[in-house]
Design a protein around this ligand. Structure first.
Ligand code: PLP
Length: 379
C-alpha cells in the first residue's frame, strides 16, 4: 500500500458498537466485567483504552513496525526507554540533541547510576569506539535539533547489532513520512507526537515503535507500572493529525526548500543549516535514508550579535516566537535561551550551537508570505 493510503487508513476500523467511522473518544477510567476475570480485553484505562489502541495501531503502521505504545509526552516515551536500564549501564548518546532529552539523561538518570557518553554520531566510528561491555543502548537523533546534523542510521545499526545492544532513534524531526528507522535496522523509534504527528500544536504526546515482542512487553510493563499514558482525547487528536501527515509534510518540504534557498541567498545571512543543500556534510546520507528534507532549519546572520538575533526573533509576524515545531503554522525560536537553555553554554558553543542561532519550523502557509515576513524582519 502506498504511503498516502496507509496514513489515512492507519488504525482506522469502524467502531464495533455503532459503525462510527471515526474512533470515538472512550473517556472512561474502567470497564464493566461480566464476571471476575471475564472481560472484553479492557480492565482499567491505565492499561488499555480503545482510542489509544486505535492510535497505537496507527503508530505501528506508519513506522512499518509490529508494535507501538503511546505515552503522555515525548519525554515520557524517552523516560520509559531509560527504565529498561540498570545502575551501571552505559548509554552512548549524540552530543547534539533535543535539550529535554539531555536534561533527562544528565539531571535524572545520572542520579540513578546510568552512565552517559556523548559523542558526534555523524561519525559512526565514534560510536564504535565508545562501546564497552557495559553499553546497553545507543540513542541518536537525525536530523538533529537544531543543527540539522545527519547520522547514518543503517551504519550505526550495523555496529549496535554486532555488539548486541539496542539502538533507539528519535525520529521527531523527520516524521515517518520522511524516514523509517526500523527499516534501517534500529530497534526502537521514538517520536514527540506533539510535533508533526499531531501537527496542529494542540496536543502533547509521545510514542515508541518496535518490532521485537519481548521488548514491547518490557516497555508495556514499564508504561503500565509507571503510568505515563495519554488521555483518550489526546489520542483522538493525534489519530486525526496522522490522516493528513503526508500532505502536510509535502508542503513543509516544499516551503522548507524555498525558504532555505531564500535565506542562503540573503546578503545578511551568514550560514543556513538545512540538510537539503548538496554541500551539507550529511547530504548523501540524508538522500539515502530520507524521502525529503522537511521544514526545519536554523540560520545565523552575518551580524551574529545576540541583539540583532533578538531583533529578528521579535520582528516576525507570521513566524510566531515559540518553542515546539511541526505544526501547520510557522514558528521561530532562539535555541540558546529557549529549547536548548538546559544545555550548559560551553557545551552548546563547543558543538556549534551559537548564542545567535535562530531556528525555524517552516509551516504550511504560502511560502511567498513567509519569505516576505522574514524579509521585513531581517531588514
Ligand atoms: C519536542 C521533542 C521531544 C520531547 O517531546 P515532548 O512531547 O515535548 O515531551 C523530544 N525530541 C525532539 C526531537 C523534540 O523535538
Amino acid at each position: 500500500m502506498k504511503i498516502a493510503t496507509k496514513f489515512i487508513h492507519a488504525g482506522a476500523e469502524p467502531d464495533p458498537s455503532t459503525g462510527a467511522i471515526m474512533t470515538p473518544i472512550y473517556q472512561t477510567s474502567t470497564y464493566v466485567q461480566e464476571a471476575p476475570g471475564v472481560n472484553k480485553g479492557y480492565e482499567y484505562a491505565r492499561s488499555q483504552n480503545p482510542t489509544r489502541k486505535a492510535l497505537e495501531d496507527a503508530y505501528a503502521t506508519i513506522e512499518n513496525a509490529k508494535y507501538a505504545l503511546a505515552f503522555s509526552s515525548g519525554v515520557a516515551a524517552t523516560d520509559s526507554v531509560m527504565k529498561l536500564l540498570q545502575p551501571g549501564d552505559e548509554v552512548i548518546a549524540a552530543n547534539d540533541m533535543y535539550g529535554g532529552t539531555y536534561r533527562l539523561f544528565t539531571k535524572v538518570y545520572e542520579r540513578f547510576g546510568i552512565v552517559f557518553k556523548y559523542t558526534d554520531t555523524t561519525n559512526v566510528s565514534n560510536v564504535k569506539q565508545l562501546i564497552t561491555a557495559k553499553t546497553k543502548l545507543v540513542w541518536i537523533e537525525t536530523p538533529t535539533n537544531p543543527l540539522m546534523n545527519i547520522t547514518d542510521i543503517a551504519a550505526v545499526a550495523a555496529i549496535t547489532k554486532a555488539a548486541g545492544i539496542l539502538l533507539c532513534v528519535d525520529n521527531t524531526f523527520a516524521s515517518p513520512y520522511l524516514q523509517n528507522p526500523l527499516d534501517l535496522g534500529a530497534d526502537i523509534v521514538m517520536h514527540s507526537a506533539t510535533k508533526y504527528l499531531g501537527g496542529h500544536s494542540d496536543v502533547i504526546q509521545g510514542c515508541l515503535m518496535m518490532n521485537d515482542s519481548a521488548l514491547k512487553d518490557q516497555l508495556y510493563f514499564i508504561q503500565k507500572s509507571c503510568g505515563a499514558v495519554p488521555g483518550p482525547m489526546d489520542c483522538f487528536l493525534v489519530l486525526r493529525g496522522i490522516k493528513t501527515l503526508h500532505v502536510r509534510m509535502q508542503r513543509h518540504c516544499e516551503n522548507g526548500e524555498k525558504i532555505a534557498h531564500y535565506l542562503r541567498n540573503h546578503p545578511k545571512v551568514k550560514k543556513v543549516y538545512w540538510c537539503g543543500f548538496e554541500d551539507h556534510p550529511g547530504y548523501t546520507v540524508a538522500r539515502q535514508q530520507m524521502r525529503g528534507f522537511g521544514g526545519m532549519m536554523s540560520f545565523e546572520l552575518k551580524d551574529d550579535s545576540v541583539a540583532t538575533a533578538t531583533k529578528v526573533l521579535s520582528s516576525t509576524k507570521l513566524f510566531s516566537l515559540a518553542e515546539s515545531l511541526g505544526g501547520v503554522e510557522s514558528l521561530i525560536n532562539h535555541p540558546a535561551s529557549m529549547t536548548h537553555a538546559s544545555i550548559p553554554r560551553e557545551e552548546r558553543i563547543k558543538h556549534g550551537l551559537s548564542d545567535a542561532l535562530i531556528r525555524l519550523s517552516v509551516g504550511i502557509e504560502d511560502a511567498d508570505d513567509l519569505m516576505a515576513d522574514l524579509e521585513q524582519a531581517i531588514g
